[in-house]
Ligand binder design. Structure first.
Ligand SMILES: C[S@@+](CC[C@H](N)C(=O)[O-])C[C@H]1O[C@@H](n2cnc3c(N)ncnc32)[C@H](O)[C@@H]1O
Length: 213
């Protein structure tokens, strides 16, 4: 698996600005990805659904700017990022200096075994929504299902950008789907949390994406 066309460099934020509307560099803007994720996590902490000493992993974290914001906002949290191109992004030096730990680990290896540490929050943005662009080889065609099973088994709060169709599947597995606003292009930024109260998948899909589509 290799998401092909990602720019390795500062231009990644230009791409995010085009797709999301606001770059991660504008973390003070409430519409930015880091602002929306941080305020959702702050709410979970206030509701005692998450410890302020949480652990978070960003899978295929790109330049890692969201992790840097998380670490700044929640200094007690342990923030980890994995990416195939760790230390190739110019921002990584600064991200590491902020206290974020970055590892060069491939997605296919991460999801091949149990999590190396307890993970309270796992993020996977601008990737999960389109496995079709991931260049999966014949032997990797089961990876999307493997990733879902791994996340369901091991992680309490999962932050993804996903399609309506993907949201319906998560909902059917008993996960609450909290809409955190626009994702890239047509996708939504969503936080999934295991809940006991069952909601009809179509009900969730409708609240996220409206009646059509
Ligand atoms: C589309 S970017 C998304 C970056 C980041 N999640 C974001 O939303 O800004 C895809 C990222 O996946 C990484 N990547 C591609 N194939 C990978 C693999 N097999 N294992 C780990 N990372 C991979 C790339 O280096 C790139 O940073």
């Amino acid at each position: 698996v290799r998401w092909g066309s990602t720019p390795i460099g500062d231009e990644i934020q230009e791409r995010i600005r085009t797709r999301v509307g606001v770059s991660d560099l504008n973390a003070e803007d409430p519409r930015s990805r880091p602002a929306r994720i941080c305020s959702d996590l702050a709410r979970l902490i206030a509701e005692e659904a998450l410890s302020s000493r949480f652990t978070a992993l960003d899978v295929a974290c790109g330049d890692g700017l969201i992790l840097r914001e998380l670490k700044e906002r929640f200094p007690e949290a342990a923030c980890y990022g994995i990416d195939a191109n760790v230390d190739q992004f110019p921002a990584h030096r600064e991200v590491r200096e902020s206290g974020v730990e970055l590892f060069r680990v491939l997605i296919q290896d991460l999801f091949d075994g149990p999590p190396p540490v307890r993970l309270d929050v796992v993020m996977m943005l601008n990737t999960y929504r389109s496995w079709g662009d991931a260049g999966l080889s014949e032997s990797e065609l089961g990876l999307p299902q493997q990733v879902d099973a791994w996340l369901r088994a091991n992680v309490r709060h999962i932050v993804l950008t996903m399609t309506r169709r993907q949201a319906v599947v998560w909902s059917a597995h008993g996960f609450g789907v909290q809409d955190l606003g626009p994702g890239e292009d047509e996708s939504r930024l969503v936080r999934l949390t295991k809940v006991s109260r069952w909601r009809a998948p179509y009900e969730v899909a409708r609240s996220l994406f409206g009646a059509g589509g």
